[in-house]
Design a protein around this ligand. Sequence first.
Ligand SMILES: Nc1ncnc2c1ncn2[C@@H]1O[C@H](COP(=O)(O)OP(=O)(O)OP(=O)(O)O)[C@@H](O)[C@H]1O
Length: 261
Amino acid sequence: MPPRPSLPPPAVHLVVDRLDYGATRLFSDLDMTFPAGQWTCILGPSGVGKSTLLRLAAGLDTGGVLGPGTRANAGDGTPLTGRFVHMGQSDALMPWLSVLDNVLIGYRLRGGVPAAIRARALALLSEAGLAGRAGARPAALSGGMRQRVALVRTLVEDRPVVLMDEPFSALDPPTRLRLGDLAARLLAGRTVVLVTHDPMEALRLGHRVLVLGGRPARPGAVIEPAGAPPRPPTAGDVTRHYAALLTRLAEAVDSEEDPAP
Ligand SMILES: Nc1ncnc2c1ncn2[C@@H]1O[C@H](COP(=O)(O)OP(=O)(O)OP(=O)(O)O)[C@@H](O)[C@H]1O
């Protein structure tokens, strides 16, 4: 059984009246809700704004000029502070800390690491194929190993809302499959927003799958594959939606490269 989150998962409500980078308006009149306890997987062309959307949901600085109505809250309007964890594209590992201390850095900064959390971190490192690496420094690891450490750090945080930006991108396909299953199992019942470039991964892991496209960027129609995640790659609804999702992605890429006059 996955551990129960210490707090019930809220929905995430993101409103962006506008976000500009110079003359480019990345978002305008965006209003999205990520339902409580579900995985929403977001795909879209490179540069469309997926990482920025995730940063906005996390309340992080985007470096852009925001409209005054921009806000990210729980579905009931309360702040998300302390209830989410954000895993960005960079692994953000501290080079001077060991793998285990990197995984536990949130607890260390908050004043202490309970013995049960330390044991859980070690168990998760083992499940992520990093048994025996707990004492290593990040520089001694491959890119895929470092990404797995960042994933374990995210999982150990035990937050009801999890925002992940391409968490499996540096992994070989079998490891990617295995760690996707691990994350789905451990994060069942949480509110998860996952950015990925992999339609198969989105259809395997998502309760809801959508493509972000256009400029300003907008979410397309939501696909809701049947069955509980993680679905095997051969699941009927994974294969059934795969071609349509690829087509939607290709259309979104085409519209980026060849905007209408
Ligand atoms: N701090 C910034 N200053 C200027 N432009 C920015 C900044 N951050 C993002 N952008 C621009 O905003 C757009 C969206 O970036 P973002 O990283 O969100 O895209 P993405 O969809 O996540 O791309 P990828 O799939 O390649 O990771 C890009 O054109 C990017 O160049």
